[in-house]
Design a protein around this ligand. Structure first.
Ligand code: UTP
Length: 291
């Protein structure tokens, strides 16, 4: 089985749910305490063995490129000031992986964004990590999916169960148990609006590993929900044709595409943070008394 070494991070959305924060700043650059969301995502991919990453950007997302680049003036200043560890951290961010960029020229949906990666991916399986879904955990979620791909040779999607009241905002998967936390998925629907369209409460949350055949499917995928070219519609065709594996991944997922998700990420990560964790816990306990 071909090893999964490449990953695509779509980060060209408009982020309308987190306005005005995302008006001039990419939502993927919103920090969780002291690191932008997209850095957590790149680090997850690297921990899973990914060496080459394509980030899909668009106008106004230059900050992402700057973040993963060297910053000579800053680095000189840090060295002169004896701030060795901050210096090393800054250099390490630029050396995390072989990162390149391509622009999605029109915001036509996640499926359209992924289709922009065709030349980069070539004839290999590849991981997709949505740029606004941060998943934290000891075993990188992306790695859990890669293991399933390498064991089965099938496309793999990372799923968790979502509350019934929310499923109409996500996609819903038709699944049967395969083994442990793996399921066989034979169909899926994006944003089911009617109760009878819901297959299950399992939904794809920001991670997939796809075979290169997905590009042929995307080429003829018509716009779907929200008039956008939906990656789910292309993956549904793959699922109906060949079956895909759904992995109920272990990890805590934060949706950085909505305001509540951003605040949950801030609080939970701040509580664990080596520098401010203890002080923040004290502060939070104090403030909770008045709630
Ligand atoms: P979302 O649907 O959450 O992105 O896509 P969005 O369009 O920015 O969100 P709202 O609804 O306007 O707030 C998930 C991921 O796919 C990327 C986004 O950047 C995000 O990381 N995406 C989405 C693209 O790269 N291109 C697109 O056309 C749409």
């Amino acid at each position: 089985m071909q090893k999964v070494k490449k990953a695509v991070i779509p980060a060209a959305g408009l982020g309308t749910r987190v306005l005005p924060a995302s008006k001039a700043m990419p939502k993927e650059m919103l920090p969780i305490v002291d690191k932008p969301a997209i850095q957590y995502i790149v680090e997850e991919a690297v921990r899973a063995g990914i060496t080459d990453i394509l980030i899909i950007t668009n106008r106004g997302k230059g900050l992402i490129e700057d973040h993963f680049d060297r910053a000579p003036e800053l680095e000189d200043r840090l060295l002169q000031g004896g701030k060795q560890s901050a210096y090393k951290e800054s250099v390490a961010i630029a050396n995390l992986a072989n990162i390149c960029y391509i622009r999605q020229k029109e915001t036509r949906g996640l499926g359209h964004a992924v289709a922009c990666a065709k030349a980069f991916v070539g004839d290999e399986p590849f991981a997709i990590l949505y740029g606004d879904d941060v998943i934290l955990g000891e075993d990188p979620a992306c790695g859990q999916l890669i293991r399933a791909y390498e064991a089965t040779g099938k496309g793999v999607v990372g799923v968790n169960a979502v509350p019934e009241s929310d499923i109409h905002r996500y996609c819903s998967l038709k699944v049967e148990p395969l083994r442990d936390n793996w399921y066989t998925c034979t169909d899926m629907i994006e944003k089911p609006q009617r109760k009878e369209d819901i297959f299950s409460l399992f939904s794809i949350l920001g991670r997939c590993v796809m075979p290169p055949e997905i590009f042929d499917i995307l080429e003829h995928t018509a716009p779907g929900a929200n008039h956008e070219i939906q990656l789910t519609d292309a993956m549904a065709e793959l699922a109906r044709r060949d079956g895909v594996v759904a992995v109920d991944f272990i990890g805590t997922r934060y949706d950085m595409g909505n305001k509540l998700g951003i605040m949950q990420a801030q609080i939970e990560v701040a509580l664990q943070h080596p520098e401010i964790g203890e002080a923040f816990r004290k502060y939070l306990k104090e403030i909770a008394k008045s709630l």
